[in-house]
Design a protein around this ligand. Structure first.
Ligand SMILES: [Zn+2]
Length: 154
């Protein structure tokens, strides 16, 4: 098992879903896995978890393997990668999605004894040059919820 020391938050920089005929399908871990494996030639999805717009939490790359999500600061080797589906340069994070993300981060903090200071947005990692997770990601609320004892218990 990797000794996880931090968590990095990402967005998928994609729509939340897509139309297949007359059916709307959410963009989920399986879809992102296809992008990463087929289009980028990776062995697996780059993120360890994917949080869908409706708040569903899906597993990506197993936690016993390092991810492929943040080269800067060598975070791939130290941090768990969580992706929220959407492009938060243009879209907003839904309340369900934010709640699930906070819940997931808190659980991982407990499981791996990860301190609050080691939770980062991708664009907060020193040396990164990315907009990820987007300017509309509710940074203040996210970190306020994380540091509060009240959130994440439902
Ligand atoms: Zn990112």
């Amino acid at each position: 098992m990797v000794k996880w020391q931090g968590i990095v938050i990402h967005h998928s920089a994609s729509p939340r879903g897509y139309w297949q005929g007359d059916k709307w399908l959410p963009i989920n871990a399986e879809v992102i896995r296809k992008w990463h494996v087929k289009d980028r030639g990776w062995s697996d999805i780059g993120y360890h978890f994917v949080v869908l717009a409706d708040g569903t939490i899906e597993k990506g790359r197993p936690l016993d393997r390092i991810g492929a999500h943040t080269r800067a600061g060598r975070r791939n080797f130290t941090s768990i990668g969580i992706c929220l589906v959407g492009n938060f340069q243009y879209d907003t994070v839904s309340p369900e999605q934010l709640h699930s993300a906070v819940k997931l981060v808190k659980k991982l903090q407990q499981d791996f004894a990860i301190p609050f200071e080691k939770i980062e947005l991708h664009n907060q990692v020193e040396g990164s040059s990315t907009l990820c997770p987007g300017k509309l990601f509710p940074k203040e609320i996210f970190f306020a919820l994380l540091s509060s004892d009240l959130a994440g218990d439902g």
